[in-house]
Design a protein around this ligand. Sequence first.
Ligand code: C5P
Ligand code: C5P
Ligand code: C5P
Ligand code: ZN
Length: 528
Amino acid sequence: MAGPIPELEERATACARRLADADCVLLASHIDADGLTSAAIASQALERAGIPFETVFEKQLDADAIAAIAATEYDTVLFTDFGSGQLDEITVHEDEGAFTPIIADHHQPADSETHYHLNPLLFGIDGASELSGAGASYVLARALADVSEVQRRETAKRTTTTDGGASAARADNRDLAALAVVGAVGDMQASGGELHGANERIVAEGVEAGVIETSTDLALYGKQTRPLPKLLEYATDVRIPGISGSERGALSFLDDLDLELKRTGGGDNTGTSTSTSTSTSDGNWRRWAELSGDEKQTVASALVKRAVSRGVPASKIDQLVGTAYVLSEEPVGTELRDASEFSTLLNATARYDRADVGLGVCLGDRDEALDRARTLLRDHRRNLSNGIELVTEEGVTHAEHVQWFHAEDRIRETIVGIVAGMAMGNAGISRSKPIIAFADKRDEAGSDAPDKNDSEKHEQTQDVKVSARATHSLTRQGLDLSAVMSQAARAVGGDGGGHNVAAGATVPKGEERAFVDRADELVGDQLS
Ligand code: C5P
Ligand code: C5P
Ligand code: C5P
Ligand code: ZN
């Protein structure tokens, strides 16, 4: 059977065979939306293949985390959404016989190689815009279904499976494409309003399997859960004068349309429990997802007309429309139905040390885990909006080729990158230079990493987290933040990596200025 991405097929099959030979597997994944969906895909694939496993999450797969993994008794370790960038460290343990690594990742590989390494970048596919960690995990999951199907046939001689589309999709793991799309969208791989390349092929499989629907739709965040006025008021990517950022403006714009946009009968509020409404009347407004096609058309045309009349440039107006990725099996009006809202819900768990909650939601827990995730989402949204306000008010410092700010302990290190990316384009924050954000690392109280012969690192040297973000237009001009983060960090005694468009590092406190200077030079070189 052919897998979704022919270029990766052979390597995926090799990785799947090795997994199928394992007695049990330690699955290690990254703590963001893409890492969670990667883990959810991999764990369902392992479970369906009858391979016992345990799951762990890491904020950063550093030397200590890898050493802790090596110290476990697992001799097969599946890394998802990280591992490539730490290949040098991982292969040291592999060579010592601690474990066999299988890696499904899309980050820039470190200078080393291993046998079971599934990464789009090794096969000419862009890991920043064409395939996410969840996508790589999906390719592996599809191969694992094939491998275990072959094994089943060999042992059972006759098969008694398949009756209709849904169970066929489960049998070959195509139903997991929905989570892969959430991972890709969560990693901001959609550009120009849609997913591209290998991601598109995964979308197509999801559509075939009946778990994804795509349509050309309004490209605003919150189509499922935000009451219409909030959807418009909070839209920041494309600013529409008189509506964006204005509650009154949004309300009067909607009131002026000749449509019944309020709920009749009041009372019911499907899926509204998560709305961060300030105005008590919000519950009366319908959500975008509840509108009919005609109603959507009317609102969208009026929006476009308003934007044109207020002088919004055509290129910006184009961005109002994009491809919507809907998880068709999830209930209308919930975060889970929209790939972008789903991914934000996941970031709200994993980036706050509650990866277990996000994984639970991905694996189908619609009670306890979903409730908990929604509570975390409210906090996450508040933190993002406070963070963006802070950065915008205090402003950034402009060097020649980069701009930067230091949030110290005022923005959590796990979200400072999301804040930096979302703040780009606000007053004083350019979209034509990469942005570099610093935040203090919090002391990890519960670190269970064994600190053997690590005395020099032990003497209270505080580290600082760095996150860098850029635009796809800058990467097309030659910018590679992954290289910048990794080289500038190494120059000051730190470590970094990531993608061309979004990358990060850890550097010793006190080295921030030296780091910025080095990064500024490197970016200057790349863009010259
Ligand atoms: O480690 P991982 O690849 O999952 O992290 C990717 C991070 O980079 C996410 O926080 C995502 O939001 C960010 N990103 C971005 N813009 C892009 C691509 C990724 O902000 N174009
Ligand atoms: O949090 P996450 O990185 O997943 O956010 C992805 C995108 O969703 C952001 O870049 C932003 O455009 C949008 N978003 C939003 N409002 C929120 C959270 C996310 O508009 N409260
Ligand atoms: O943490 P943040 O969202 O800024 O990370 C952006 C990207 O940089 C992610 O893909 C992450 O895995 C990568 N990164 C890295 N090394 C670090 C920090 C972040 O490779 N020390
Ligand atoms: Zn990722």
